[in-house]
Design a protein around this ligand. Structure first.
Ligand SMILES: NC(=O)c1ccc[n+]([C@@H]2O[C@H](COP(=O)([O-])OP(=O)(O)OC[C@H]3O[C@@H](n4cnc5c(N)ncnc54)[C@H](OP(=O)(O)O)[C@@H]3O)[C@@H](O)[C@H]2O)c1
Length: 271
């Protein structure tokens, strides 16, 4: 029997207060993490997520797991730096897992889609993601061991490799293509520093960000998905657990679509 776990590992998850980030955080607290730090802009949402995760940890017999919420706006350089410094007070110079998940989108037809809309999306999805990684790399480097390197998971999107955009999420799709390619390059650069970098590319998972689009598409998303359903919490959690466990220690620089194969099916890809 293979036991996938993150026993004793520390983790930071940006945007870990809801949606996909919260799924990731839950996967780690219930599978042995010793400390999980989440962040988003809203303190109240952070505290609610923290309470939820503590309850999950307790139910999984991991009540020693520390769960910390540090509110911060990562798109603001100063706040991102403060988030790093506050996190490091708990991490004490070492970090095993960084999940760069926080992201936002903006959709509008070309005529109404202003450069400032792109700037805002790119600033969070690419610049803040890069800034966060840059700050935490020294801590990730300190936590490594050859059999079980530190991990960076980038939350990209399947949209980074599909074409067509009926909604006009110009900045979002460009940002996710940037994240995917950045991930491949960082994997090569950081591999020798004993940090593995892999990208996750979800299709549609219900969330605050995706629900509007899922609703507008009606049954199209599920009808055209080879698995005839949207992504579910456990789909993502199982992948994240594997990518953070020692069993995946030789997996570096991969881009993993998690969409039931929808990106290979033209109608789904072209909504
Ligand atoms: N859901 C999907 O179908 C799907 C598909 C492909 C990729 N993704 C990617 O998965 C990631 C999570 O998306 P989601 O669907 O879970 O969206 P979501 O429910 O909107 O969650 C986004 C998270 O990021 C946080 N956040 C937003 N702006 C922030 C900022 N400036 N600083 C710090 N935190 C910030 C949000 O909290 P606050 O608003 O409180 O700050 C929230 O915790 C994103 O990168 C998204 O592109 C999602």
């Amino acid at each position: 029997m293979v036991d996938f776990n993150v026993n004793g590992k520390s983790a930071v998850i940006t945007g870990g207060t809801r949606g996909l980030g919260l799924y990731c955080a839950e996967a780690l607290v219930v599978n042995g993490a010793s400390i999980v730090i989440i962040t988003s802009r809203k303190a109240k949402a952070g505290e609610e997520a923290r309470q939820y995760l503590l309850k999950k940890a307790e139910e999984a017999n991991n009540s020693k797991c520390q769960v910390i919420s540090i509110p911060a706006d990562l798109s603001n350089d100063q706040d991102c730096l403060r988030f790093f410094e506050d996190s490091n007070k708990f991490l004490k110079g070492k970090l095993d897992i960084l999940i760069a998940n926080a992201g936002a989108t903006w959709g509008a037809p070309l005529e109404q889609h202003q450069p400032e809309h792109l700037r805002k999306v790119l600033n969070l999805n690419v610049v803040a993601l890069y800034h966060t990684i840059k700050l935490f790399v020294p801590l990730l480097e300190k936590a490594t061991n050859l059999q079980d390197p530190s991990r960076i998971l980038l939350m990209s999107s399947i949209i980074s490799v599909t074409t067509s955009d009926h909604v006009g999420v110009y900045g979002y799709l460009a940002s996710k293509a940037a994240v995917t390619h950045l991930g491949r390059n960082l994997a090569v650069q950081f591999g020798s520093r004993n940090i593995n970098v892999n990208s996750i590319a979800p299709g549609f998972f219900p969330s605050k960000m995706a629900n509007g689009l899922i609703e507008a598409a009606g049954s199209l998303m599920t009808d055209t998905n080879p698995r005839h359903r949207l992504g579910e919490k456990e789909d993502l959690q199982n992948l994240v657990l594997f990518l953070c466990s020692k069993q995946s220690n030789y997996l570096n620089g991969v881009f993993i679509p998690i969409d039931g194969g929808a990106h290979l099916n033209q109608p789904a890809a072209h909504f």
